[in-house]
Design a protein around this ligand. Sequence first.
Ligand code: MN
Length: 261
Amino acid sequence: MTDNQTKSRRQFLAGSAAAAGAALFTEPVAAQESGYVIDVPEVISMEIDGTSDRFPVRRVFALGRNYRAHAIESGDDPDVTPPFFFIKPRDAVVEARNGHPYPQMTKEFRYEAEMIVALKSGGKDIDPDDALDHIYAYGVGLDMTREDLQHVAQELSRPWAISKSFDNSAPCGPLYPVETNGHAVDGRIWLSVNDEIKQDSDLSLQRWSVSEGISILSQYYELTAGDIIMTGTPAGIGLVNKGDVIKTGIEGVGEIEVVIT
Ligand code: MN
């Protein structure tokens, strides 16, 4: 793209976004071009397999304790305590292939393999039978966690946001659209560290299926296009250090590799 094309694209986006009252920018737009008082924050977006088009991320919801064996290893009684939701900021979503910096303020940095669900539409009180109709694509991602901070939060009954919702905490691979790849209902979900298998389970073992998860989440939030849901991790969570190579994959969806730098 030439400088002139870039400039006219920016102006077009700035004009249409201002008219729509929404931030639709695909690249940083300087304040003086946009009418906003600071530079417009970048739209966070995800790669889509097979196309240069991108999926813009609105919110990142995540399911906790959504596999029975992981709920038990985390100290829950899955017969008593249901899964739950938490949120990451949208800019936690980063490209897996770019490598992952070991974060600040932790000495215990944990991996969690998760399937990502990306919504093309939403609503409130979505019927489980209609939930899959709202899905644009599936992908593979990691819910990275500062475990030591999570333990402090748990011990003090405080929110655990700083353990889960930090910069770069959701490295993700490309999205695989339902239109071309179908729905991901069952299939192996696995993760290795330095080629040693650590997590090995199946999507069919999710306590709340994707349909149920979307339906239950929509009772608490009005879901919209652009929302993504991390659907929980199986048993076998553990810690990584600088230099470790995490590989994780979901049968029928894809694989990613994340190097901790
Ligand atoms: Mn998780």
